[in-house]
Design a protein around this ligand. Sequence first.
Ligand code: HEM
Length: 218
Amino acid sequence: MQPVELEEPQALQQMPAPQPTSTAQNLSTGSAILFSALLASGLTLRVALPLRWFSWHPFLMLLGFISFACAGIAAKTKGGRTNTLNHGYLMCFATACCLGGWYVIHEQKNMLGKPHITTWHAYFGLAVIILYTLGAAGGLAALHPDFGVARTSQDFRRVHKWSGRFATFLSFVALATGWVKLSSNLETVLLVGLLALLSWAVLLPPAWRMGTTASAAI
Ligand code: HEM
């Protein structure tokens, strides 16, 4: 009788932990997007009223980086095929928002006859636009789970992962340097606090965070 009692708990311990279904993974990513998109919209209303052509610039940038990019990076950190695909789609959405936001401000400056790329905000912004476009195109062509040409290359995956995190951190710097032009110092400090929190929660690999031992899945 005794061996049977001992075997059962051991067998249970060896069983793999149940994996969330792809519906559960999609729901978790979807709620992260919904919450952060509401946050991005609220921040836009705070900084870009009255609504006008220019307002699309902060809106698209906040939506792209606070919502799509953060949800996309968080999805990838969880690992698995569904999360990897969600990551790819969301990073492409973030890039599309970024290019749209750039088009808006470029046209705005043309309409007003102002010179282009003259401030630190514009330098950071341009670096983000270039890095994100390269990251999305490279990720799609090389790392798609079905047809990516370098999907088994650990070196390529590492470069993609760290350049993506760096570009997203730069996007936070661009968000803050853009925000400060239109808002009070106190609100800029609050935004920087929010961005620091996001950097900790999303950009820091899980294994580096206190009390977490799971490793990044890429
Ligand atoms: C990651 C997010 C962002 C990126 C990549 C970005 C990118 C850019 C770029 C490239 C320009 C220069 C366009 C040109 O000279 O032709 C620019 C200008 C501008 N942006 Fe942003 N932006 C971002 C977020 C924001 C936010 C959140 C705001 C406001 C809350 C903002 C406000 C402005 C303003 C007022 C200008 C015109 C002044 C200047 O050229 O510095 N931006 N942005």
